[in-house]
Each structure stands twice: as structure tokens, then as C-alpha cells.
Write a protein that binds this ligand. Structure first.
Ligand SMILES: [Zn+2]
Length: 416
């Protein structure tokens, strides 16, 4: 039991999904809702450089004003996390590509007030020097991070002796839970979850380089609007902005709002670029196949990408009632998945065996029937076109609404 709590600690190679935004486009960047998660006056990081080898590596980031920052170390895998106030990252992604001691570098919004840089190290590291220096003209401010190789034991000590009392982390755990609008007793509440967000961009489109987090948010909004047109249905979004939510936060938001359904939306990439079409996933201890297992492993990396501490697997809970609840919830989830696929039949292309299952952490609510819907694949040019097409999104939202209505009718007929 509970194997799906396990986090895959392996970075998947080649998934360096950087947010590419050029300095000259900064004005446009600020105009995009959520570029810095809606902050009024975000810092501007307008330049970045990385130099060095696998023993010492220096990172320099130029800011328009003095950045207040805090640094933390996280183990499994070894990461350095730099927390900042809301920041617009306006330098080309290639200027901060991982090298030297670092094998992966991400940066982006965490919520409205904070941003983060996560440096995943190839081996244990420490910052020998961290400082903000003013540039030659006394105008800009550059954050200099000098990393050096250390041994495993020293890194473990760094992790153990640091304190996490900064506000950035505290703010995240107390952030307001979104509420569905005016829920009446008897309303069927549905949590619509836009996959990824903020520092976790998700997949990147092959052709247009569109980020998965934008595709999922646009579709989530369309779906929630469509569902809310139905009497007795109240849909709400787990996030309505470009912010990061941990997988556990998504589950918690659904449960705290007493959602009767949880639908997580995605549009990932596959190595096999010819594969296209929708897939519906439900949770299971054991994956249905390799494709499902790989996808769940990548999805479950989201917290790690955002510099979250790896949660240890909770001890086996011998609770027969919880076990029964889980089984019942799983049966409902499967029934919803089947309802969705019968709506898609002859209307939307799906992959072979379109109902698959694996240990997705975002589907782990014991009491909320949950599915993860891969709308299509951003690795396929034809799918990518559809995902960006508003009328296609509208059609998909209609079909999903029909599926939800049919599911609800069958649950009510069975006294659920
Ligand atoms: Zn995804």
C-alpha cells in the first residue's frame, strides 16, 4: 500500500525547461498576466552568467535593484535554493544553462510575492561566497554565487544546521485556499487543476515552444467556465495564476473545498514524437505500462524542481476504514475515466489503451475521485496545434462536461 507516496529521486535527463524571455521583450513580459505572478513591482533580473568547472562554478545574476535573498541547501538530490521576492527573469535561458557543478537550473515564480532559483548539483556543493555587489556604474546590483565541491558529510551538516525561518517558506504554507463561488448545499463541487505553474514550466511545445503550464491554465479556465454553466455544478481552479503549487497542496485544496471530483490537466511530451491523442490516468500502486510509469515519475518530480524538500514515505497505516475509502474512491475514479473516454469516442483522438494508471502523487486524495487528463502531447506538432486552438478547447470542455454529468447521474443512481 501507499507506494504512490514514493518520490522518484532521479532527474530525467534532457528536460531542461527554461523560461526563455529576452531583455528587449521585458515590457511585453510584464504585460503577460503572471509573468511575475502578478506582483506590482517585481525585481528585474536582466542578465546572467555561469562559468567554471566541476570543482568550482560561479553564477552571476544582474538585478535592477538590490535583491533581498536567502539561501538553503536541500538533500536528495543535493540542491541549492535561492529565495527572492517577486522577480521577472528577463535574460535568455541559454545564459544560465546548467554547467560545471550544476546539472539543472530552474527559476521562476513561487507565488505572488516570491520567486526562486533552484540549482541542482551534480555532487555535494556549498556556496563559498554569496554576495550582492553593485556594478561598475553603481547602478545595477549583481548577485554572485560561488559554489565549490565538498564531501557528502559536510553537505549533510549544512542541511542539518541551517534554519528555514525565512518568510518565503512560511508564506507558502499559509497561502489562502481558493474557494468555489457561492456553493449551495447539494452542489457538485469540482476541483479543476491546471498542471505545473510558476517555476515548474512543465513540458515545452516542439513547434511554438509554448509552455505546458500555460496550456493547462488556459484549458482549466475554459473547462471551469463551461462546468459552471451547468445547474448544480460548481467548478473552481486550484490555481488561476502563474504560481507554483506543490502536488500535496493541490490535493489539499480539493479536499478542503469538499470537492466531489478532482481533474488534473496536462499536456506533456514524449520521446516518441509521433504519438498523439488524449489519455486518462487514474492512480494505482503498480503502473499499467512503461509509458504511464515514466510519465508519473516525471510528474512527481514537480516538487523537486521547485526546491521542495523530499517528503519521506509515511509509515504504513493499518486503517481499515481509510483502506475502504480509498478502494471506493478508486472505483469512482475509474468510473469517471470511463465516462470521459466514452464522451471522447469518435470525437477526439486518443492514444492506444487510453485509460492507463500509475502512481501519480497528485491523484492521492483518499476521498476525492481523481483523474489526470493528458489533453494531448506538446511533443506532437498536430496535437500542439489543437492544444493552442480555442475552438478545440471549447469542444473538449463540452465533452468533459457531458462526461461529468453522466458520471454524476450514475453516482446518484447508485446512492452515492
Ligand atoms: Zn504535465
Amino acid at each position: 500500500m501507499f507506494k504512490w507516496f514514493r518520490i522518484a529521486a532521479k532527474m530525467s535527463a534532457g528536460r531542461k525547461l527554461f523560461h526563455a524571455a529576452w531583455l528587449f521583450a521585458f515590457a511585453a513580459l510584464c504585460a503577460v498576466p503572471g509573468a511575475a505572478a502578478g506582483a506590482k513591482d517585481p525585481l528585474l533580473a536582466y542578465g546572467a552568467r555561469i562559468v567554471g568547472d566541476d570543482a568550482r562554478t560561479r553564477i552571476v545574476i544582474d538585478f535592477d535593484r538590490e535583491p533581498h535573498f536567502s539561501v538553503h541547501y536541500i538533500a536528495n538530490p543535493e540542491r541549492i535554493v535561492v529565495d527572492l521576492p517577486a522577480t521577472a527573469f528577463g535574460f535568455p535561458a541559454k545564459d544560465l544553462e546548467a554547467r560545471g557543478l550544476f546539472k539543472d537550473i530552474r527559476y521562476g515564480a513561487m507565488d505572488e510575492e516570491s520567486a526562486r532559483i533552484v540549482l541542482t548539483a551534480a555532487r555535494p556543493v556549498q556556496l563559498a561566497f554569496v554576495k550582492v555587489q553593485t556594478d561598475e556604474n553603481g547602478n545595477g546590483h549583481r548577485l554572485v554565487l560561488d559554489a565549490e565541491m565538498i564531501d557528502k558529510q559536510k553537505f549533510a551538516e549544512l542541511v542539518k544546521t541551517q534554519s528555514w525561518t525565512d518568510q518565503a517558506e512560511a508564506a507558502q504554507t499559509t497561502s489562502a485556499i481558493p474557494q468555489p463561488e457561492k456553493t449551495a448545499p447539494g452542489d457538485f463541487v469540482i476541483a479543476v487543476d491546471a498542471g505545473h505553474g510558476g517555476i515548474d514550466t512543465g513540458a515545452i511545445g516542439v513547434d511554438t515552444k509554448t509552455e505546458e503550464k500555460q496550456v493547462t491554465l488556459a484549458f482549466a479556465k475554459a473547462l471551469a467556465d463551461r462546468l459552471n454553466k451547468e445547474p448544480g455544478i460548481k467548478a473552481f481552479l486550484t490555481r488561476d495564476d502563474d504560481e507554483f503549487l506543490s502536488l500535496a497542496q493541490r490535493v489539499q485544496i480539493a479536499r478542503q473545498n469538499h470537492a466531489g471530483l478532482f481533474i488534473s490537466l496536462h499536456a506533456d511530451t514524449l520521446k516518441q514524437k509521433d504519438i498523439r491523442g488524449a489519455t486518462v490516468y487514474t492512480i494505482s500502486d503498480k503502473a499499467s505500462d512503461k509509458l504511464a510509469a515514466d510519465l508519473a515519475e516525471r510528474e512527481n518530480l514537480s516538487d523537486q524542481i521547485a526546491g521542495k524538500e523530499t517528503t519521506t514515505e509515511p509509515p504504513e497505516v493499518a486503517d481499515i476504514l481509510l483502506d475502504l475509502t480509498r478502494r471506493e474512491t478508486q472505483a469512482f475514479s475509474i468510473s469517471l475515466a470511463e465516462s470521459v473516454l466514452s464522451s471522447f469516442k469518435d470525437q477526439v483522438s486518443t492514444i492506444n489503451n487510453p485509460h492507463r494508471h500509475a502512481g501519480f502523487r497528485v491523484l492521492q486524495a483518499p476521498d476525492v475521485p481523481s483523474i489526470l487528463l493528458e489533453l494531448g502531447f506538446l511533443s506532437n506538432v498536430d496535437d500542439e496545434k489543437l492544444l493552442l486552438d480555442e475552438s478545440w478547447r471549447g469542444k473538449m470542455a463540452d465533452l468533459l462536461t457531458n462526461a461529468v454529468k453522466r458520471y454524476r447521474t450514475s453516482v446518484m443512481a447508485n446512492g452515492g
